[in-house]
Design a protein around this ligand. Structure first.
Ligand SMILES: Nc1nc2[nH]cnc2c(=O)[nH]1
Ligand SMILES: [Zn+2]
Length: 461
């Protein structure tokens, strides 16, 4: 592992200085959270009958529609009234090979891996199977309004290559990588540190910083990755600029016990990654349901994020995520669906489940408002991924990554939209009962990445 080459991300910067040709002025009620509601009161920004001027895929101006129209009479108007325009969702933990095994209910983590997830992950060795799964996966994310995702890839390098190709073709911004492991899964999914390093390097050189794609170094979890494997991961993180790191941590009590036995010299689960130098501002660790105080303090000190996956934590019976302790320690928290431990690709459902699980914790829980849910589903993810300069809200200079929630006529949510007496109520109802069927259109970098097959004009009230 003597490779010292570095790659520079090429095209991930918004081009704010482009000539403003082909301007589109989107007319809609929009909401976003440019600041964190955990830190700032009134973080939810609402623009009723608002305008967002977009050129070259980037937001050029925002404000009341009438003002923007007067200032930009030549812009083509896209009328989205009747719906609610939100920033594209950011899913910070989702498994590409697990879309077809959603719904393996009734098992705790380690049994679920053995019986449900890993047999399916082996199938991605077949390139045709992997292509079909990659197409389903990118389509499912976009149909749910997710425009950026930190994706747990496959154990097979050709399948990861296919994922990046499909993501780039579809408009999805994928931060993804080869999943590497060298023990305790099943032989077909094991590799060596040397081979993991070489295959990861080839994928980094091919995809990191290409279009909307970025690479994340991805050991599955310390349970399945030896010290040698974690060192190979650390070598990649040192040698290439701008990589992200992701793995699992502290999800399940039995899992934590096994990890303790495998790393007797480590202080705790986090320390297995920390000792290898893998806990940094670029790290996103999924779950963290059972952290100790030292781990929370160290995560905060390193600027590492926790991806909270409440549907998965509920389905696998992993436990209640201690959000209050994370916030008190200063650990940044984002949201992930964890498909297929989770129950689907909807970040609306994930936000609602996060809310439920905090409510159920009583004094130990955090009372989440609709603004918190929107922040967790959007801007918090952009911050976790170091992408907040590009996406996560509708500030000028960011890519127009957006989702239009527009309930079909004669549905319960449409009735709520018609009756809602405040923007917060509209947003709360969207999280409480919004489904993929309410996602009318999705934009990624200004381009339409998904459009529901229904006539938008017909459903304006
Ligand atoms: N939820 C979940 N936890 C894991 N830990 C290691 N692998 C996995 C996985 O695929 N899903
Ligand atoms: Zn996971």
């Amino acid at each position: 592992m003597t490779q010292t080459q570095t790659t520079q991300p090429q095209t991930n910067q918004p081009q704010t200085n482009q000539p403003h040709t082909n301007q589109t002025l989107y007319r809609a009620t929009f909401m976003h959270t440019p600041a964190s509601p955990f830190e700032t009161p009134d973080a939810l920004q609402v623009q009723e009958d608002g305008g967002l001027l977009v050129a070259g895929g980037v937001i050029q101006a925002s404000g009341p529609f009438s003002e923007l129209r007067a200032g930009h009479p030549g812009a083509e108007v896209s009328d989205l009234r009747g719906g609610l325009l939100l920033p594209g969702f950011i899913d910070t933990h989702v498994h590409y090979p697990q879309g077809r095994v959603i719904g393996g209910l009734g098992m705790p983590l380690l049994e679920w891996l053995d019986r449900n997830a890993l047999p399916e992950e082996v199938r991605l060795a077949d390139p045709d199977y992997a292509r079909a799964v990659a197409q389903e996966f990118t389509r499912s994310l976009l149909q749910n309004g997710t425009t950026t995702a930190l994706v747990f890839g496959s154990h097979f390098a050709p399948a990861v290559d296919t994922l990046f190709a499909e993501a780039e073709r579809s408009g999805l911004r994928a931060v993804a990588g080869l999943v590497v492991s060298d023990r305790l899964l099943r032989p077909e999914l094991h590799t060596t540190p040397q081979r993991a390093y070489e295959e990861s390097r080839a994928l980094i050189e091919r995809w990191h910083g290409v279009g909307r794609q970025l690479y994340a170094v991805t050991p599955r979890f310390s349970l399945s990755a030896s010290e040698g494997m974690l060192d190979a991961c650390a070598a990649l993180m040192r040698e290439f600029q701008g990589l992200r790191f992701t793995s699992h941590i502290n999800e399940n009590v039995a899992e934590i016990g096994v990890v303790q036995g495998l790393f007797p010299q480590a202080r705790d689960y986090l320390d297995t990654y920390e000792r290898a130098g893998l806990v940094t501002r670029r790290s996103v660790l999924a779950h963290n349901v059972h952290p100790n105080d030292r781990e929370l303090g160290a995560m905060a000190a390193h600027g590492c994020s926790a991806a909270h996956c409440p549907c998965s934590n509920s389905a696998l019976g992993s436990g209640f995520f201690p959000l209050k302790r994370h916030l008190q320690a200063g650990v940044h928290v984002s949201l992930g669906t964890d498909v297929g431990g989770g129950t689907g690709f909807s970040m609306l459902k994930e936000g609602l489940q996060a809310y439920f699980m905090q409510q159920l914790q009583g004094e130990q829980g955090v009372s989440l408002t609709p603004a918190h849910l929107l922040y967790l589903a959007t801007h918090a993810g952009a911050q976790a991924l170091n992408l907040a300069h590009l996406t996560g809200d509708f500030s000028v200079g960011k890519f127009f990554d957006a989702v239009l929630i527009d309930p079909a006529p004669q549905t319960a949510l449409r009735a709520v939209y018609a009756a809602a007496d405040s923007p917060a109520r509209l947003l709360a109802a969207t999280f409480a009962s919004g489904t993929p069927g309410d996602v009318a259109r999705v934009w990624a970098g200004g381009d339409t990445a998904y459009q529901a097959r229904r006539d938008l004009a017909a459903i304006h009230p």
